[in-house]
Design a protein around this ligand. Structure first.
Ligand code: ADP
Ligand code: MG
Length: 701
């Protein structure tokens, strides 16, 4: 590639040089003019305002003050010296302090002259001071034309030590802008610019760094945020279109006997409107010779399993096999049991393959799948193993997708020469904001309606001092024949500390609920699968009234008679986990309860989590709050956050801009899917520049 002025290394910039360039690269990842220009200020200081020393209030704020330098002195310290100068106005005196480079300052600074001092305020023993201020003679200051809005760039200790001050940063941006300027050509189509009243690209870069006024700054920010979102959406939507054109799939052309018979004669309940709609969406996809890649979101208990079953029947009706993959052994077993019962009247067999299936039992399963005799299988990631070969896998369903990585999913793709249709089911609702960005290339179905007769789970937040009350309450519920969960946090399955918490808790619960009147199950991550299963089964059968557990029960477990969920140290759980846990109760017809136990001392964020749980049952709403609290990176983990490396826009705060960008990108692609029109050429080039190396991202989702 030809190098352009925008590629010029920062080392050649005035005031930078080799050492500072190295620090800019290691601290901020900036190496060229163009990279520097895309390092945007994270805030702006209003420099139209001057403070009087007598009215100073906030330590840590950036202020500018006009005053006369009255005195300078070098003060010895334990090590070295510091230079102190006094700045006086008619209301008081401010100390200016330098710990480094004071020789130069001492030479430059003129006692008796009036200066403008700018910097961060500090208070030490009722005296205001400012360390390493920016100083300028008032007479000089007034000659300069400057914006009243001064950008603030990222700074770190190392940057500071190497003399990369805000002032130098501004000088760097001046030079970077000059270097890049000629290349800042418009990339958005003209009619879009007009419709959205966007300022030009060059103007936007100018005013983001050197805002003439607040209005132009706002326009610059909008323009740059919009542009960032726009190309990201253009990318995601293009992938979606390409996917549909390129990835051949197996058409399920008919609705056959199994589906028909089950739907007519064996549905255990009437489907909710949302379930019907989603089944229709899936059926529609499956009927086409294009691979389905669909995300099915539905809150805990919304009835995703039935949708999965109906989809699997469609596969069998068309001569294909289908598999359902769950993240844990317990969940796979529950699915297996539930589906076996439902399939019984149809005379359809379903297999179960997990890590703990013995070699002896495994062999016939593998043979059945390879010969095609076995049409349906449920399992854990054991399904992904090489030995598991299908005759003709037509549909792969993944339950609780957050637990699986992209790489694992891609293995499912490869189980058939033409990739199977993929349905990913998740009970952790993905905020619309993210669905639109990270999963923008997937098709999305939502079950937004609960089966009838569900009562909302009454949720309360109690402090630990109410433990007795909690125990009384559990006893009452158990006396009514109900069962209860008591959950302890487990951050890491191997963490000894958490294990101890759980065991201490178990012991104290055993004391509060003595045998033989009460029976208690315990399940945790360090138990063998068969022991877990044994304990789970005792609880499922109602032989035990209390299940003490770590979050292993989080996913999928279904015990309709359980009516109380007590969450210990609830402040240690994230919102989505809390919501998942609460979803374990409220599955029967009776009133259910969720009690969040926490210590008295809570961070603000923890308080928000508690109150969100108490006030809302809506998984999507809870997910939005979660996103706001944690930000997208944390919410998604590393795998999907690559697409989220935004330079200026914020997925959460700038959501309205994101929506607008998506719809504009959508309209453009609808009109010109391959971006062939002349007015789209600049945009296309920019898109290729930004995303050429990421073109294959998300092929496996
Ligand atoms: P999830 O979406 O959390 O996987 P499930 O599929 O496990 O939910 O369903 C939760 C419970 O609701 C199950 O007991 C299921 O039988 C029941 N259920 C699902 N759909 C309906 C419906 N339309 N009417 C009544 N009960 C339903
Ligand atoms: Mg489920």
């Amino acid at each position: 590639m030809n190098s352009t002025p925008a590629d010029i290394p920062l080392a050649y910039f005035k005031g930078v040089g080799a050492t500072r360039a190295q620090v800019l690269a290691s601290e901020l990842g900036l190496t060229s003019a163009w990279e520097a220009l895309q390092c945007y200020p994270f805030r702006y200081i209003d420099r139209s305002r001057f403070y009087k020393i007598g009215e100073l209030q906030d330590s840590g704020s950036d202020v500018q003050i006009i005053g006369r330098i009255t005195q300078m002195k070098l003060v010895p310290m334990k090590r070295g010296k510091r230079l102190v100068a006094y700045l006086q106005d008619d209301t008081g005196t401010l100390e200016l302090v330098w710990f480094r480079g004071y020789k130069y300052i001492q030479e430059q600074l003129k006692s008796g002259e009036v200066y403008v001092a700018f910097g961060r305020l500090n208070r030490y023993q009722s005296q205001w001071n400012m360390a390493h201020p920016e100083l300028e003679l008032k007479s000089k200051f007034e000659q300069q034309q400057r914006s009243s809005l001064q950008p603030v760039y990222p700074s770190t200790e190392i940057l500071g030590k190497k003399g990369i001050t805000q002032r130098l940063f501004r000088a760097i941006q001046q030079q970077a802008f000059q270097q890049c300027r000629a290349g800042l050509k418009e990339v958005l189509p003209p009619n879009l610019i007009v419709r959205l009243q966007l300022i030009g690209r060059e103007e936007a870069f100018r005013h983001i760094h050197f805002p003439e006024n607040a209005d132009l700054l706002a326009k610059a920010r909008f323009r740059l945020k919009f542009e960032e979102f726009f190309f990201m959406q253009l990318h995601l939507l293009t992938k979606n279109i390409q996917h549909k054109q390129r990835i051949k799939g197996l058409p399920f052309e008919k609705v056959g006997n199994y589906f028909g018979d089950f739907y007519q004669n064996h549905l255990p309940f009437e489907l909710t409107g949302a379930q019907k709609r989603v089944v229709k969406e899936i059926r529609n996809d499956l009927g086409k010779p294009i691979q389905m890649n669909r995300l099915l979101q539905g809150d805990v208990g919304s009835g995703k399993t039935m949708v999965a079953l109906l989809s699997m029947l469609l596969a069998v009706d068309n001569g294909f096999q289908a598999c359902l993959m769950a993240p844990t052994e317990i969940l796979a077993q529950q699915h297996y049991k539930g589906l076996t019962e439902l399939l019984e009247p149809l005379g359809l067999e379903i297999g179960l393959l997990t890590g703990s299936v013995s070699k002896k039992d495994r062999q016939p399963l593998l043979e059945g799948l390879a010969s095609g005799e076995l049409k349906l299988i449920v399992g854990t990631h054991a399904l992904l193993e090489k030995q598991v070969e299908f005759k003709q896998l037509g549909l792969a369903i993944i339950d609780e997708q957050h637990r699986f990585g992209v790489a694992q999913r891609s293995k499912l793709w490869k189980k058939n020469s033409i990739p199977p249709h993929i349905l990913v089911m998740t009970a952790t609702p993905i905020p619309r904001t993210l669905a639109m960005s990270v999963y923008g290339d997937l098709d999305n179905s939502v079950i937004d309606e609960m089966p009838p007769g569900r009562k909302p789970v009454k949720t309360e937040h109690w402090f630990d001092k109410n433990r007795l009350k909690m125990i009384q309450f559990l006893k009452q519920e158990i006396a009514k024949g109900r069962q209860a969960y008591i959950v302890y946090p487990l951050i890491q399955e191997s963490s000894k500390m958490d294990y101890k918490d759980l065991m201490d808790g178990y012991e104290s619960i055993s004391r509060d609920f003595p045998q033989p009147q009460y029976q208690i199950s315990i399940v945790h991550g360090q138990m063998k699968a068969e022991d877990k299963e044994f304990e789970m089964q005792r609880f499922v059968r109602g032989e035990t009234q209390i299940m003490v557990a770590t979050t292993v029960i989080e996913v999928g477990v279904n015990v309709p008679n359980a009516s109380v969920m007590v969450i210990e140290s609830a402040e240690r759980f994230g919102l989505s986990q809390l919501h998942q846990l609460r979803g374990r109760v409220g599955r029967g017809a009776d009133q259910s309860y969720c009690i969040l136990m926490s210590s008295y001392k809570l961070s603000d964020e923890a308080k928000t989590r508690m109150s969100t749980m108490v006030n809302s049952q809506d998984g999507f709403q809870i997910a939005e709050v979660d996103l706001q609290l944690r930000g997208p990176g944390d919410l998604l983990g590393t795998q999907q956050s690559g697409v989220l490396q935004l330079k200026i826009a914020d997925l959460v705060k700038d959501n309205p801009i994101l929506k607008r960008a998506r719809s504009e990108a959508f309209d453009i692609l609808k009109d010109d899917p391959k971006l062939e029109k002349p007015e789209h050429q600049l945009m296309k080039r920019q898109y290729q520049l930004l995303y050429s190396d990421k073109a294959l991202w998300g092929y496996i989702s």
